[in-house]
Design a protein around this ligand. Structure first.
Ligand code: SAM
Length: 288
């Protein structure tokens, strides 16, 4: 049973059952066709990612990537960096990423473990990259402490976290999705049926009661699927304050991802600057 004490077990179970991104690819999982199609899909949809990775010169840098999913970004970093190490909480992501690297003839060290207790010596890496991961962990402060510990004195980080100052959080999740859940509850009460996603939301509502619909709880279930147990969404200031508290220096932040306009990449990029849900933080280890 998942309790307050073993929340990370719930996170691990969810991501083991839902290899991140694989749901979009209609090919047999772990085949070359699956991996190739996934990379093409990912970088078409999230064009900013290649730009962010390519902008960083890691030729003579040891890179640590936290949270791997299918391992697409891993292949990008492994191809251009002095060394690449990847860590993920789940067997599935470790397996997928290892196979993905093998397919492309790339080298990397892929290990299973948690961002909250990194199994690496102090001062082991020049760059920590983590995209869409740390908002899923139980205690983000532990991850910031660990990232600082494993970074070398001139080490840097690139971290993406869901942000509250976005269209997705206020309009889609807190306004539309919460109203929609009320509608689905009503529909079920009078004998109607919901589609599979809303059926899963309704089941969760039946298990948790009105707590599920609450301002605090419901967003966890509206980003990566109804059964996702932890998906925190943060204010920029909240994250900067926590990073600074743990000795990390934030140099720049930028928002991306506004899928409503995804057919028009230039327009999407402009709108995402104001309305986007994915906030990247670039920074360094700071002094001390
Ligand atoms: C949304 S996916 C993102 C994966 C990849 N970075 C991407 O952009 O596709 C989240 C991943 O983070 C991993 N994860 C979640 N919490 C973690 C933790 N505490 N330590 C290491 N990995 C974690 C999950 O297992 C999952 O593979």
């Amino acid at each position: 049973m998942i309790t307050e004490e073993n929340k990370l077990e719930g996170v691990e179970n969810f991501w083991n059952d839902h290899l991140c991104g694989s749901q979009f690819i209609n090919k047999e999982i772990y085949t070359p066709e699956f991996f190739n199609e996934y990379r093409a899909f990912r970088y078409k949809k999230e064009h900013h990612l290649l730009e962010i990775i390519n902008d960083y010169d890691s030729t003579d840098r040891d890179v640590l990537e936290i949270g791997l999913g299918v391992g697409a970004d891993t292949t990008q970093w492994a191809a251009k960096s002095k060394s690449h190490t990847g860590i993920d909480l789940t067997d599935e992501a470790v397996y997928s990423t290892t196979e993905h690297l093998k397919l492309l003839g790339l080298k990397g060290t892929i290990v299973k473990g948690s961002a909250e207790k990194l199994p690496f010596d102090d001062h082991s890496f020049d760059l920590v990259y983590s995209q869409g991961v740390l908002h899923h962990t139980d205690n983000i402060e532990n991850t910031f402490k660990e990232i600082r510990r494993v970074l070398r004195p001139d080490g840097e980080f690139i971290i993406m976290l869901y942000t509250k100052d976005s269209f997705n959080y206020w309009v889609r999740i807190q306004f539309y999705f919460r109203l929609r859940l009320l509608f689905e509850i009503f529909k079920n009460k009078i004998g109607g049926k919901s589609n599979s996603t809303w059926d899963a939301h309704y089941k969760n509502f039946k298990n948790m009661g009105w707590k599920y619909w609450s301002w605090k709880e419901f967003p966890h279930h509206c980003t990566d699927g109804p059964d996702c147990t932890i998906a925190n969404i943060y204010y920029k200031k909240e994250i900067i304050d926590l990073m600074v508290k743990h000795g990390l220096n934030v140099n720049r932040t930028e928002k991306y991802h506004f899928p409503i306009a995804s057919n028009y990449p230039k327009l999407e990029r402009k709108l995402a600057k104001y309305l986007g849900f994915y906030r990247f933080y670039w920074g360094d280890k700071g002094i001390g």
